[in-house]
Each structure stands twice: as structure tokens, then as C-alpha cells.
Design a protein around this ligand. Sequence first.
Ligand code: WTA
Length: 704
Amino acid sequence: MTVEREIPLSEAEIAVHWREEGYFSPPPKFIGQANASDPSIVDRYAEDRFPDCFTEYAELLSWDSYWHTVLDTSDPPFWKWFTGGRLNASYNCVDRHLAKDRNKAALIWVAEPENEPDAVITYQELYRRVNEFAALLRDYCGVRTGDRVTFHLPMVPELPVAMLACARLGAIHSEVFGGFSGTACGGRMADSGSRILVTMDGYYRNGQLADHKAKADEAVAEAAKQGQQVDKVLVFRRHRDRYSSPTPMVEGRDVFVDDILPEFRGRVVEPVSMPAEAPLFLMYTSGTTGKPKGCQHSTGGYLAYVAGTSKYYQDIHPQDTYWCCADIGWITGHSYIVYGPLALGTTTVLFEGAPTHPDAGRCWRIAERLGVTIFHTAPTTIRMLRKLGPEEPARYNYHFKHMTTVGEPIEPEVWRWYHRVVGKGEAVVVDTWWQTENGGFLGATLPALQPMKPGSCGPGVLGVYPVIYDEDGNTVEPGSGRAGNMCIRNPWPGIFQTIWGQPERFVDTYFRKYCRDPESKDWRDWPYFAGDGAVQAEDGYFRILGRVDDVINVAGHRLGTKELESASLTVEEIAEAAAVPVIDETRGRAVEMYVSLKPGQQPGKAVADKVSAAIDREIGKIARPKHVWIVSDMPKTRSGKIMRRVIAGISNFADVGDVSTLANPEIVDDIRHHVQSQKVDLGEVPRELSAQEADEIKAFGQEG
Ligand code: WTA
């Protein structure tokens, strides 16, 4: 008998009853100028043209030599794109624009303090900086083609410069989001075998100058603990004339970049001609279990894919001023702040700070001042801006033609505010569904050709054929009203190549579930399992419901329950820990931790604070729980498994479902009383959950 089977719901069995939303059409002015305005483009990417259709994306790049095979399927599911081809990503994003656009702004960096001037970096200046830093990496640090180099950089121009410098050398960069802790950074250094860390002394966030250098010392210590020696820490200075961190430099290991850079003045580094399938970078992301996964992205396929999707879905023209208000520390920033826009030779804006600092008008002032035409952000930011300044956009004279949303499901109400108030009714909204693993968009509307529908990302993008499968691999038909597992039937050029150092995990996590024949070399037998629940409407549009695994999406950031729980267990007093999501009006979801103590330990605020601090230290502030609830025991199955859906139900004031099969059903009322009475005291009773939210909570924490 398996106790787990008694959990009634799986995503694939949920029937979803929401109202169908109406369509919105793109403004005629937008259609007139769009890159994709001829409906026949959809036929060019139809399934019978696959995989050759993607040569059109590859042709957007400059190749040193052309490929002989568009898609090599000889070692499934380790697909190789454009094999035989050679190119350099740095050349494609910088050098090739010089002839025509040497003096055009490649990057405009906006500092958080509003009185600090912008840094405008032309393609010529970018070329110079990338070359000099590449020379420094190669000749001072001994970085060679294929080496991994870790960055723990905030939103500063030094970050794209460092990325492109690595790409120039054929070295693999691995940027760790600046908001992550030093410990998290060190773990990723050890995993990737990286002996160089590039960081910065400090940066501004919400009006504070953060001491970022301190994290470098933690990172090096953690890497050492995990067996990885770090030889050099390169420290950029946030302010040219002074050191902005109270943390001392370590003799022989740490060096200020601006002290040694003059030695490399004017140096030119030949871009190394790389095979299309050479790795370009690693981007770590959370999974259900175990350590973070280093998603390895390719040079040729990835760059072609982000260039193509930037052109058709972001509608980037060279003359646009494009602002993606995400952090380069996430995949969105890699693909749609740096590589996509620069491959197309446009001007891309980088903003150091928080979108609400010092007030809710900040984004709109930047947009007005710089003449931003394309704006790209996440639902969590949109919700926050709507809450703080619902009328604010009207006060500023900016005009977007295009706006993107990414990272989590957007509520139709929030979508409509984005469209009407932020977009002033003049801009298209493109809701883009995809993942760190995917390199670029998978589900979105072609802005001039496919109408928008609030809350739906749209159909599969050009050349991508999604499908919803139920648990048994049967197709869930469009319009059936049933949800299931979002899958992609075919490979695409932006797909990650593997999980760094864990090829079996790559196959198991993404391909095992629906593989029809492990011996087959036909891509049709290897659908990609995305780990998201979704429904498809009659018109073919997908609506993403959220993760089906135990990953909590906080403000668009994926946090693994296991990571949160193991961080909590580093606190000596803690015996058991469970992480659950709570519906949060601005951040989408927030984390609540439930912990039980070892015998003889005293509950109290001190222990709860230690758990929060441990999560800060191990993962970073973004993961900080909204509450840490200390309970005498966890609700458990008879096989001893913690029933997360029960505590998730309690935290959300939702139905906890059937508890009669628990080993300790009496604990449920105790916990409910303990948690909900405190929430009531704090005024935290949530609004009633939508059917969809309630289903998500019910399905949380079950083994898929
Ligand atoms: C969620 C971010 C609904 C989804 C690019 C996915 C979305 C996870 C959307 C990936 C969207 C992303 N609508 N949900 N438009 N975009 N998601 O790896 O659950 O940080 O699996 O990549 O975010 O997050 P990741």
C-alpha cells in the first residue's frame, strides 16, 4: 500500500474553471513597423520545415564558418545545433557593429542615486573595455578557452563587459545573482570548478550602499569547504576614487581591477573562433531536490535563438531604446538585456537599483528621459508599481511601443493595468513563458500578428511545438478545460545542453517522464518536460498555472523547497523543516517555513530569527521567509513523509484536504490554531483564494 496515492490531486487531473478573457489587438501604428508583420512567417516555422526553419535565426549572426548539420540528434537528448559552424559571441555582439555604429550607445547604465550621471557606453567603448578585460583575464589570471569564471556582480556595466570578455576567449562565464549570498556563490563556484571570482565592492539598492565585497570572502570560504580553491578575486570599484566596502582586501588573492587594468590599455584580443556547440555560459537554477543545477548554454544555438526571438517577439529594431528592467543575474538578463539586444546592435539600458526607489515614478522618469521604446519586466514589479503609484505613469511623457512580461503568471487585472496605464493603450503586451533551461521564449504572441489575451502567454513561439500531457502521456486536448503538464515536443536552438557535471540528472529531470523509446534517435520520441502545469484554450493559447514540482516562485525567482529546508537545518536547534508557498499580493508567492525543534530546545523568537538568518546566509535575502512557524510536530504520512500540502493549506487559510490518512491527524488543528491566530493578530488574513490558487495549494508538495 502506498500512502502517497491517497493524495487525490495531480495537476493533470485538475479541471480549471476560469472565465475566458477577451482579446486585445495591437495598435495599427505598431503593426506598420513590426519585424514580423507578414502572416506567412508562421508557415515558415511550421513543423514540416523543422529544423531547417531555424537557419533563418542563425543567419542573423556572423559566422566564421557555416554549419554542415542544422540539428544533430545522434546522442539524444543532447541535441547539437548548427554543428560544424564556428563563431564568436563577443564578435557578434560588439565587433561586427563597429563599421556602421561605432558611436552609437550600446549600453546606457542608470545608477540608482538619481543625481549620479548615466554611463553611456558606445559600441567603440564597449569594444575597448571588452578587449582590455579579456586581455586581463587571459594574461593576468591565466584564463583559457573552456575555463569557468564566476561573477558575483550587481547591475553595473562591468557585468556585460566581463561576460563578453569571457565569450571572446571562449571561456565559460557563470554569473551568480548579486542578491544571492556569498555561500550560494561559493557553492556554485565549487560546482563549476571555477578558480576566479569577479565581484564589486558595493552597489546601491533601495538607497543603501551594500557591502558586496564581504560576500566574496564568504564565497571563497564556502568554495574551499567544498574542495574548490579560488586563486583570484577581481574587485571592481563602484566609485572610481574610493573603496566602498569596509571589508578588507586579502593580500595576494584580491586585486582592484582598476589598479591593473591600465597595464592592458589598448590591448586587442582576437575573438576565439568557437564551435557552435561550445558552451557559452552556465546559469544556475533551483530544482526540486539536491543542489542547484548549472544549466549549460551553447554558443551558436543559444545566440541564434535569442537574436531571432529578440527580433520577432521583442520587435527590436537597431534604432530602439530597449529597457529590460530585470537583473542580468537571471536568465532573462543574459538573453534579453545582453546577448539578444547586442547581437541585434540596439541600445540596451541597464538600471542598477530598485524600480521603486526613491518613488513609484522612477521607472517612468527613466523611460521619459531616455526615450525608451520597449519595456520589459516581471509581474511582481508591475504589481508593486501598481500598488504604489497607480496613476503615476500618466504624469510622464514616455511612449512605449512594446512591453514584455516574464517570470510568473500575470493576473488578468494586473495585465490590464499594465496595458492601459503603463502602456497608455499604445503598446503591445507580450507575455513570455520560458525558463532558465530554455535560453529564450517558448510561449508568446507575435506582437503584430497574434492578438493578446490577458493571463495567457499565447501559443508556442515560431518553431516550437508545445503540448500538454496528462500523467500517462496522453495529450490533453485544447479547450478541454483540463490542466496537465506543459511539454515541448521538439528541440529548439536555445535549449540548454546539459546540467553541468550531471548529465543523468539532465535526462531524468526533463526527458525521462515522457520518453517513448530511450534507444530512439528521433527527436519526436523525446518530449521536453517543463515542470509547469498549464491549460490550453480552444484557440491554442496556453495559460501557465505554475510549477508542478516543489519549487516556489517568489517574485519570479525559483526557490527549491529542499534548499530552503536544508538551510533551515543548519540551525542547531532544528529537527525538521518544511517550506510552503503563501499567496502574496505583490510577490506572487512568499515562503513560510515550518520547523520543529530537537528535544530539549526552547521555542521562541530567537530560534525563528536564526532560521531566517540561515536562509539569508545560505541562499540570500530574496528567499527570506515571511514567517517561521515553530511547531511541536509536522503532519506526516504513515511512511513519515511531511505533508506539505496540509501546512500550505493552513498558511493560506485554505482547505487542507483529507487528513484522515495522516499518522498524526490531531496535530493539524493544533498547528492551524497556532498559525492562524497569530496571522489574525497581525491582520494577515488573505482574501479568499481563487479556484486556481486553491488548486495550486492543494497540489503542493506531492511527489510528481
Ligand atoms: C514561471 C524565467 C507564467 C514558470 C524566464 C517557469 C511563467 C518558471 C512565465 C521559470 C510566464 C516564467 N507566465 N509563468 N510568462 N515565465 N514562468 O527559470 O513556472 O527563472 O517554469 O526563468 O517561471 O523561471 P526561470
